[in-house]
Design a binder for this molecule. Sequence first.
Ligand code: AMP
Length: 511
Amino acid sequence: MKVDFSVSDFLYRAENVHGDRVGIHDEPDAPGGGLGSLSYRRVGQLARAQAAGLDALGVGMGERVAIVSQNSARMFVSFFGVSGFGRVLVPINFRLSSAEIEYIIEHSGATVLMVDPELADSVAGIDVKHRFVLGHDTDAAIFPEGVEPRPATPDEDATATINYTSGTTARPKGVELTHRNVWVNATTFGWHAGVSMRDVYLHTLPMFHCNGWGMPFAAAGMGVPQVVLRKVDGAEILRRVEQHGVTLLCGAPAVVAAVLEAAPGWDGPVPGAGTTRIVVAGAPPPTRTIERVETELGWEFIQIYGLTETSPLLTMNRSRQEYDHLSPGERAVQLGRAGAPAVGIRLKTDDQGEVLARGNVILAGYWNQPAETAEALDGGWFHTGDGGRIDDEFHLSIVDRKKDVIISGGENVSSIEVEDALFSHPGVAEVAVIGVPDDRWGETVKALVVPAAGHEVGERELIDHCRDRLAHYKCPTSVEFRDVLDRTATGKLQKFKLRAPYWEGHDRQVH
Ligand code: AMP
């Protein structure tokens, strides 16, 4: 008999096969009270309790349940207690303003809102049918124990989650992922990254985005203990890797940079050297960073590429074995590619170089936006908006986001390539390369640079550094120094924000 894929499959296995193992380790001093270490059996009980709580409120199948929370055990349980019992989880970025959160609640039609105590004020004015502040005080209401939930077996084509995209370009859109999308992503990720019960996973990424990465599911299916981290801090990450024996973590390049910065201050050998692997995605990792992860941390570097809309895994590049014969520098160049398509993914580029993908991980649609859905899925392929190149080894390299390509004097300049060249200068800690208006060239290349601590570096020096490495037309014509750069919560540069002041008064953002 055919049984539909559902996110509850992962917890079902963990509870029954690995019931005594740690499911989630929460921070005990979390606002409202952390739950400490919960076994997978306990996670299962709490998920059922939460589903029974939603039953009692009269929340129907397919109804949207929003959560605004930092990483926590309660949030982790909600992936199973809400989606696993036929409701739709809407995890919301806790760094958004109240107006942005309100937009998502309204747009998704959520009837329940669960919020962390320290974020409760910011959502106080939002009109929603049921609201709960997460923490010990309300556990009895949203996790009522001893009541069994109504049995629910979600259809695999039913929506499991709606994740609002991080908005590097415009107003967020609600990405509807089905149970099958999430299931296939979790199992293919687990297979390609070799997730096993010997792993211990650290949640360095915010879980509201994590559904995109599928880690609560991929790790639960194998009975992997999962450790919560609420705030990214390089030294704290190293401490937890040591304390919990973490073998697997994910992060944007900014997370990797934080760990690299903290490592020299660590007393003794870096924890996890030789055993830990770090999965990096979300933005193009600079080649120098890849090399440093392998030489300074001794962690295996895995790059993946994907989008919220693709659940997210499209490609992966890890295979230390494959590149073992190369020097760390040469290996970093190979690992700088986004990688080969995961099994089940069909990939191609169109004549403009845009990456197109098909497979069981592609979103069902954008919530209540049929025109945007039709456009994104035009011709039966999902249009990623990223520019890429597929090489002879069938590995994809991301060249740029379509909107981030700079066109200077009719020549396309990849901002990623220029950023990579600047990163190879030791005085550069962070960099964003953007196009700014120019009377002669239409657009010209500008670099915004956060200097590395303890380095004196000047504009001329950085431009010359690029000139040694890149064609002249690609080199920045100006460099500005900044203390910080605008980023999304997952570490992506918000180039539209960085670009905006330069384009004020121009009616188009590109020439
Ligand atoms: P999100 O939906 O927030 O996960 O963002 C997806 C976007 O992140 C993609 O469209 C890419 O522009 C970017 N991205 C993700 N992974 C990579 C990668 N490995 N290299 C370059 N860009 C990436």
